[in-house]
Design a protein around this ligand. Structure first.
Ligand code: GLP
Length: 235
């Protein structure tokens, strides 16, 4: 596992080193935790500085303040930002407390546009094939939008909350268009419980019912899997 995390961190460090003003797309969840910890080690060892880096997170829950332990803003501070030399105003995470979530989405899209293309977008994978919080649907939305979380996503994320009722029902997520607009995408998946959805996403038909299957169309897709997640692939 450490090997996988270090490899992912290496891709990110290389992107930061190769660009004067790197733009990173960041993800939350349990999957990238080890990657962030490897990035912190690289920073502490003087291999990388985040001073010129701009970041955009994929998503945030609606209704959770950044001080809430389960907000993605809190997660990012705790697991990466407070340990490295990021400029606070270069950090972008949708504000789930904006009284007008649609206005927040428009603002986020403007910020994304101003920053130019994301150099590398880190992605985890939901059990139902969601990326960010782009849930399976008949159609997918290009830009940042408010999403109703699916029952499976609420159930999966309930493990982080005291009870299932506490899990927010809505989130703000970057759209599929913004994700696919990134120059490179680093998809990281761990665990046998995701072997089935990894296979469907990477080898099955491209369908909005499995949002991650759209990644098959991206010329700069890098996939990092542990043995469990890769179990159903003929490698
Ligand atoms: C969450 C996040 C996704 C994440 C996914 C998988 O709901 N919104 O960005 O990739 O679920 O999470 P985990 O890595 O904990 O399995």
């Amino acid at each position: 596992m450490k090997q996988l995390d270090e490899k992912a961190a290496r891709y990110i460090v290389d992107v930061i080193s190769a660009n004067e003003r790197p733009v990173l797309g960041l993800a939350t969840g349990s999957t990238p935790l080890g990657v962030y910890s490897s990035l912190i080690t690289a920073y502490q060892q003087g291999q990388v500085s985040f001073k010129q880096t701009t970041t955009f997170n994929l998503d945030e829950y609606v209704g959770l303040p950044s001080s809430h332990e389960q907000s993605y803003a809190h997660y990012m501070q705790k697991h990466l930002f407070e340990h490295v030399d990021m400029e606070p105003n270069a950090i972008h995470i949708p504000n789930g407390m904006n009284a007008d979530p649609q206005q927040e989405c428009n603002l986020y899209d403007k910020q994304l546009e101003k920053a130019g293309r994301i150099d590398i977008q880190i992605l985890g994978l939901g059990h139902n094939g969601h990326i960010g919080f782009n849930e399976p649907d008949q159609a997918l939305i290009r830009n940042t939008h408010v999403v109703e979380l699916s029952e499976t996503t609420i159930a999966a994320n309930a493990r982080f909350f005291t009870s299932r009722d506490e899990v927010p029902k809505q989130a703000i997520t970057m759209g599929i268009g913004s994700i696919l607009h990134a120059k490179q995408i680093l998809l990281i998946v761990k665990g046998e419980d995701k072997a089935h959805i990894v296979h469907k996403s990477l080898c099955g038909p491209i369908t909005t019912q499995i949002p991650a299957s759209l990644l098959q169309t991206h010329p700069g897709l890098i996939v990092l899997l542990d043995r469990g997640a890769a179990k159903n692939l003929n490698l």
